[in-house]
Design a binder for this molecule. Structure first.
Ligand code: PLP
Length: 386
């Protein structure tokens, strides 16, 4: 194995993201009794810490599952066969959210937008009006497959309320990296992943449930034991989970939340926004526009179009093997035409500069002549605000 291959790689994927040594070390904690006092204190602290990051007083549930498990649990707990559910589709993960809703036997209505865009508010209103007693409006806040953030949660909530529907937000890739005040926006169920902007390892999904969401659950028969959310509420009365939690991941999340508290949420969100601006401006300066335009641009998933002639596989393998930086490729129809950088969690001046410099050199190796120092200069122009 060469020295380069032994280098610890910079994980700039759109999740999972880099996990700090502090959080990794926390996972080495000895195993504790998940029915004992130590776990009770840990689970209580984690739920309170999550409430701060979600900006909510709603009840928090932590599932030992990936994001998809959280999505299935959310829709499965409020939808009955035959209910109408509106799930706007504008990329891979919003389509999957619709599929999860369909699995419950609900009638799926999915206004659709071109990749890189979102459906209009009129289209959503129309879909709700034409549906019989719509039970829920479920949206992806940050569409990880395209790098589009739907910055109209307030307007979407207003539409949901107008039709008496619950408002469910898949914030798996963005919570902790952009504005999402759950209570202020009236989000009934919010879903966040551990492996994205919370900067913990993959394997946990965190959900918040409003009183209205809890009320709606009373009329839904649980479909399975593992995702029976009311059981989680019952066990949480004693600071426990119904089945064995993934203890090392709980230790990690506990530490990751402490790090967020130390920095402060506002500062953390501002840092993500500055790093995103630095990435966009660096690539623009070398003639590479972002896939998502203007107000849609994500602060945590930076989607960049390839210039003509650059081969996706060659670029990303050069970047990973020669420069030890991993980024994501395009999804579905966008495979080969763009790449995605996860600007999540621990991003700052050093990580952004290293990634920009490495990308510029890997582009040169892949046949696109560009000036790395120009890209770095543009990034630094934004990063100096940090
Ligand atoms: C917006 C969104 N929803 C759902 C998921 C699925 O999460 P997981 O892969 O952890 O199951 C992802 C994963 O990237 C995502 O970005």
């Amino acid at each position: 194995m060469g020295v380069d291959a032994r280098m610890k790689k910079l994980v700039m994927l759109p999740g999972p993201t880099n996990v700090s040594d502090r959080v990794l070390q926390a996972m080495l904690n000895s195993i504790i009794n998940h029915r004992g006092e130590e776990f009770h204190a840990l689970y209580k602290r984690i739920r309170e810490g999550c409430q701060e990051v979600f900006e909510t007083r709603n009840e928090i549930v932590v599932l030992s599952a990936s994001g998809t498990g959280g999505v299935d649990a959310a829709v499965g707990s409020i939808l009955n066969p035959g209910d109408y559910v509106i799930v706007p589709s504008f990329g891979e993960f919003s389509s999957r959210l619709g599929e999860s809703a369909s699995f419950t036997g609900a009638n799926l209505v999915n206004p659709t937008a071109e990749l890189g865009q979102v459906p209009s508010l009129d289209e959503i209103d129309d879909a709700m009006r034409k549906s019989e007693k719509p039970k829920a409006l479920c949206v992806v806040y940050n569409e990880t497959s395209t790098g589009v953030t739907w910055r109209q949660l307030k307007e979407l909530k207003d539409i949901a309320s107008k039709y008496g529907a619950l408002f469910i937000v898949d914030a798996i890739s963005v919570l902790g990296g952009d504005e999402l005040p759950v209570d202020k926006l009236g989000v009934d169920i919010c879903i966040a992943g551990s492996q994205k902007c919370l900067a913990a390892p993959p394997g946990l999904v965190i959900l918040s449930f409003s009183d209205d969401a809890k009320k709606a659950m009373r009329d839904v028969k649980p479909r399975n034991q593992y995702f029976d959310i009311p059981r989680y509420f019952k066990f949480a009365e004693h600071d426990e989970t119904p089945s064995t939690p993934s203890l090392p991941l709980f230790f990690a999340l506990d530490e990751a939340l402490k790090i967020i508290q130390e920095e402060g949420l506002e500062k953390r969100i501002r840092r993500h926004s500055i790093c995103a601006r630095a990435f966009y401006s660096a690539f623009e300066s070398i003639g590479m526009p972002a896939f998502a335009q203007g107000k849609f641009r994500s602060n945590v998933v930076i989607g960049i179009n390839y210039p003509k002639g650059v081969d996706d596989a060659k670029f990303r393998s050069t970047l990973s093997n020669k420069f030890s930086v991993m980024v994501g490729g395009g999804f579905g129809k966008l495979k080969g035409s763009m790449f995605r950088i996860g600007s999540m969690g621990d991003v700052g001046s050093a990580i952004v500069s290293t990634t920009v410099g490495a990308c510029a050199q890997a582009l040169n190796v892949s046949g696109y002549a560009c000036d790395a120092s120009k890209a770095l200069g543009s990034a630094w122009n934004e990063l100096k605000e940090l």
